[in-house]
Design a protein around this ligand. Structure first.
Ligand code: HEC
Length: 173
């Protein structure tokens, strides 16, 4: 499990080394800054990646910001019952505790927001194509684009319901 270690900046002492060598120079090391989480890292449930960490992740990635748009291909339901769906709130929180959120949010300038964007409203699922949702939920295999959730079955259920909704809306046209 990754944890943000601010202690990384403090030079460590070896056992038996008091640090008192009479040398008062500060070590000539470049400050590595706070340790950044890896692509697939997540904080424990209930926590969320901070703005500071995400902005640093996006800066390090260096790719240009993406712009999201509606990729669902169908109209949203009216009224949109998904907005207050506790399952959607749960899924959003699952994303927000993982590094994924950093690159998939336009407000962070995330380069992946072009494919799905947590800032897209009112329901961010609409910013993802069916293909991307399948990849995201592991219904379609990928290298490292599957949400590292401990309850993948629930992720797939929520995504499956959205894919069904789109299919039905397409058929009803
Ligand atoms: C460092 C930035 C970054 C992080 C972190 C990141 N992504 Fe992405 N993601 C991108 C970019 C950029 C794309 C656009 C395609 C590409 O260049 O790979 C993308 C595309 C995707 C897609 C669309 C794939 C498709 O073929 O339609 C999915 C799904 C996805 N990411 C899931 C995730 C998940 C899940 C995580 C967390 C485990 C994650 N991403 C973390 C930048 C990121």
């Amino acid at each position: 499990m990754w944890s943000l270690s601010l202690l990384a900046c403090i030079p460590s002492l070896k056992p038996g080394d008091t640090g008192d060598t009479g040398d008062t120079r500060t070590p000539d090391l470049e400050d590595p800054g706070p340790e950044l989480p890896g692509h697939d890292d997540c904080l424990p449930p209930g926590e969320r990646m901070t703005d500071e960490v995400c902005l640093a992740v996006v800066e390090e990635d260096g790719r240009p910001a993406g712009t999201s748009y509606d990729r669902s291909g169908v109209d949203a339901p009216d009224p949109d019952v998904r907005i207050d769906d506790p399952d959607l709130a749960w899924l959003t929180a699952e994303v927000e505790r993982c590094t994924c959120v950093c690159c998939h949010r336009t407000s962070y300038g995330g380069p992946g927001a072009y494919f799905w964007d947590l800032d897209f409203g009112p329901v961010w699922l609409d910013s993802a194509s069916g293909w991307s949702l399948e990849v995201f939920s592991g219904l379609r295999e990928s290298e490292n684009q599957q949400l590292p959730s401990e309850d993948l079955a629930r992720v797939q259920e929520i995504v499956g319901a959205e894919l069904d909704r789109r299919d039905e809306a397409r058929r009803a046209r």
